[in-house]
Ligand binder design. Structure first.
Ligand SMILES: [Zn+2]
Ligand SMILES: [Zn+2]
Length: 206
């Protein structure tokens, strides 16, 4: 599986380019800023972007989505509960983060349990509210992309509008910690981890 990591923008959000080695079909997860770096990587590796998947609607994860959607003429996916945020530059904070605010419409609304196919690969949507109401994680057999829900040794902040500490803990315990312990977690910020490591070391989850 192709997993490329780009740490984008002044908030350092992880953008993941994920796809199939064989066809080079890829999805772009959370293009937060600096669309030029995403485009350069895609063209240098001859990847075929098929869609943009947003783990949630915050500006540091969506900042380059509009530009890349236009560049490649590909759809944008987000959970329906974060779609209003995507459309409003005040709700997604891009009016404060960037010189120009970003607002866009999603093309497909995701729900818990949805299956997403990319070439011969299958991914499953896991709705994990708590950081935002429509936060999602995306998993396949070996990996899970956890957005701002679960970080190495930490969890997403819950003090922003729509956030809930009780909900994020419930989401992580009931939907992520139940995954195979060897699952590699690719978070929205900082480095990767595993379910096993978080079970043993994450103080928020004791
Ligand atoms: Zn966030
Ligand atoms: Zn973030």
């Amino acid at each position: 599986m192709i997993i490329e990591t780009l740490r984008l923008g002044s908030y350092g959000a992880n953008c993941y380019i994920v796809g199939s080695e064989k066809s080079k079909d890829v999805m772009i997860i959370d293009p937060g800023a600096e669309s030029i770096r995403v485009k350069n990587l895609i063209s240098s590796k001859s990847y075929n972007p098929k869609f943009i998947l947003l783990t949630h609607g915050h500006g540091d994860h969506i900042g380059a989505a509009k530009d890349l959607k236009k560049e490649y003429n590909i759809p944008v996916y987000i959970h329906k509960k974060d779609s209003a945020m995507l459309k409003d530059e005040r709700l997604n904070f891009t009016n404060m983060m960037f010189k120009n605010g970003v607002s866009l419409n999603a093309d497909k609304f995701l729900e818990d349990g949805d299956k997403i196919t990319l070439d011969n690969m299958k991914f499953q949507v896991i709705h994990t509210p708590g950081h935002t109401p429509g936060g999602i994680c995306l998993k396949n057999k070996e990996v899970v992309f956890s957005g701002d829900t679960l970080f190495k040794g930490s969890i997403g902040r819950t003090d922003l509008p729509g956030g809930s500490y009780d909900e994020i803990i419930k989401s992580i315990k009931e939907k992520l910690l139940v995954l195979d312990e060897d699952t590699v977690v690719y978070p929205g910020h900082e480095g990767k981890t595993t379910i096993k490591y978080e079970k043993e070391n994450n103080q928020f989850l004791k």
